[in-house]
Design a protein around this ligand. Structure first.
Ligand code: GLN
Length: 201
């Protein structure tokens, strides 16, 4: 059974611990570098990416997480966690650092202010016919992806023919704009647990 940490500096940590346990992983909080060393994989929760980034630097976790990512550790980021996994961000704070690892540009708060929160059914590649219930809270979208990035889900734009990328995977890294941990549907967490199992350690 894989041991999956949830970065517990800020954000909706508890919901991820519950969803991971429901997906048959052993889930625990990660707050210190020693705790990171003990997990097979990591979830970066939703919350506020500017704060999370600051705390990760303060707690000495930023570089150790980057090193594990380079070494192939699977990581799943939701919302603020997606921002943390982006190589490039737009509308971030000037001094906002990310872990990086996914060759993509993510725009913070992209879904806009009047739409601060909404829900939508999403076709998710690899999770069957039944749409995933997406909860979007001041959510980012993916504005650009590199050639190595697999787009797993898109949402039709509210104001035109475009669609917005809301779920991606590159190698062992997975990111969604939305929060499956806030629903009773654990298929995205199960998908991540399968990624962790096939990554081995
Ligand atoms: N808007 C937040 C940020 O920029 C993300 C919101 C969320 O995680 N629900 O970090």
């Amino acid at each position: 059974t894989p041991v999956i940490g949830v970065l517990a500096l800020q954000g909706d940590v508890r919901e991820h611990l519950i969803a991971l346990a429901a997906a048959d992983a052993i889930a625990r909080e990660v707050r210190r570098p020693e705790e990171l060393a003990d997990v097979d994989a990591l979830v970066i929760p939703g919350g506020e990416s500017t704060t999370m980034s600051k705390l990760a630097l303060l707690f000495g976790l930023m570089d150790p997480i980057r090193a594990r990512v380079r070494a192939g550790m699977p990581v799943y980021g939701t919302c603020a966690g997606m921002i943390m996994l982006a190589d490039k961000i737009l509308d971030g704070r000037d001094d906002q650092e990310t872990v990086g690892g996914i060759d993509m540009t993510v725009r913070r708060n992209a879904f806009g202010r009047q739409n601060e929160s909404f829900e939508s059914g999403i076709a998710f590649d690899g999770l069957g016919e039944e749409p995933v219930h997406g909860v979007f809270i001041r959510a980012p979208w993916v504005e650009e992806v590199g050639a190595g990035v697999q787009v797993l889900a898109e949402l039709p734009a509210a104001d035109g023919p475009d669609s917005r990328i809301v779920a991606v995977r590159q190698g062992n890294l997975l990111a969604t704009s939305f929060h499956p941990e806030l629903t009773g549907d654990h298929r995205v967490h199960e998908y991540f647990v399968r990624m962790v199992e096939s990554a081995g350690r």
